[in-house]
Design a protein around this ligand. Structure first.
Ligand code: ASP
Length: 344
């Protein structure tokens, strides 16, 4: 019994040291790294005082588990596209995040998923919008990119294509969770029942929860992907920024890879993901500067809320958001892990 206890204590000690050691590495701009990966699980009104320690631990654990999958792919020479897709799959299968299994509900009480993926080497991209039965929408986005002549498919056509591609199809009831049903009820009962008002600081659990991942592989290729259920109470086939290349997702080997989360309408109007890349490309500014400018100035002045994760072509990572929190984690080629939820 004693040796088991000692091993356990040592493991906990090592793990906590690892988190602390890397705590300053969220934004890295120093040495060149051969590969790195960043993941997000949504931004929003996420306040430490309102989250129990046990729930915080569960979120942290899920983020760690997901990023470790992508890290292992990159570490063994795999592609950034695979790392992004497989990392997102883990979060899509979790009921905690607003993607796949945990997707939020529309006004009609159903789930409609959006996703996109982009290859920074070729600028190829794939996206799907408004699907109701595809278990892992990011897999559909990748299939659209690689197996169709198109960039974006939507609704019934997208579902037919998913079936033809042999993707995992589930009954829509698979996505129904009690938590998301309660969130819909609360929003409908509040004064802010319009979809544009869904992100409301007065609704204590108002957070977006979309998932995304960006990665640089050992071959120097960047990739970005995003998957979401959109916004609670959305209506009329509303589609957000997540499946829109240039708004919620963008990757270009010459600049950076970006995945966004937040109030989608503003990210579309601000072409947020591409704007960050364009600032680097045309103005020659760093990823940090570009991300800060777009999120803290442009998006904020427009009235939008949310954030981004990004990696540049040298593997430097950045996370930027104007909300009180964003679920996020990153790992570099040395295996340094950083996991965070709140602002600091
Ligand atoms: N950006 C997503 C949307 O507007 C929501 C989110 O990030 O959670 O659909």
């Amino acid at each position: 019994m004693k040796p088991i206890l000692t091993t356990l204590l040592i493991s906990v000690f090592i793990l906590s040291c690892r988190d602390n050691k890397t705590i300053k590495k969220e934004t890295s701009n120093q040495e060149r790294v051969t590969f790195s990966i960043v993941v997000h699980g949504g931004a929003g009104n996420i306040i430490k005082e309102q989250m129990s320690d046990s729930l915080e631990m569960v979120y942290r654990q899920e983020l760690k588990e997901a990023i470790q999958v992508g890290y292992n792919i990159l570490d063994t020479g795999g592609t950034s596209l695979d790392a992004v897709q497989k990392t997102i799959n883990i979060l899509e299968d979790s009921p905690l995040f607003n993607a796949g299994k945990g997707a939020v509900l529309t006004y009609d009480g159903i789930n409609e998923h959006d996703a996109s993926i982009m290859d920074g080497k070729t600028l190829n991209a794939g996206a799907s919008a408004g699907t109701k039965t595809v278990k892992n929408p990011i897999n559909l986005a990748r299939a659209v990119m690689e197996q169709s002549p198109h960039v974006m498919l939507s609704g019934n056509g997208a579902e037919l294509f998913a079936k033809e591609q042999g993707l995992n199809i589930v009954d829509p009831s698979y996505f129904l969770t009690k938590a998301k049903l309660n969130a819909l009820k609360r929003i409908k009962a509040s004064d802010n029942s319009e979809v544009v008002s869904v992100y409301d600081q007065t609704i204590s659990d108002s957070k977006f929860g979309t998932v995304g991942c960006v990665a640089l592989d050992k071959h120097g290729n960047l990739a970005a992907g995003t998957s979401t259920g959109g916004m609670t109470n959305k209506r009329w086939g509303r589609i957000g920024d997540s499946p829109i290349i240039g708004a919620g997702t963008y990757a270009n080997n010459n600049t950076c890879a970006v995945s966004a989360t937040g109030w989608g309408e503003f990210f579309i109007r601000g072409t947020v993901a591409h704007d960050i890349s364009a600032l680097m490309e045309y103005k020659g500014i760093s990823l940090n500067e570009a991300a800060r400018l777009v999120i803290q100035s442009k998006l904020t002045e427009l009235g939008g809320d949310g954030g981004i994760i990004a990696i540049d072509k040298n593997g430097h990572v950045t996370t930027e958001f104007n909300t009180s929190g964003m679920f996020r984690a990153s790992m570099n080629d040395k295996g340094d892990l950083y996991v965070a939820i709140f602002k600091n």
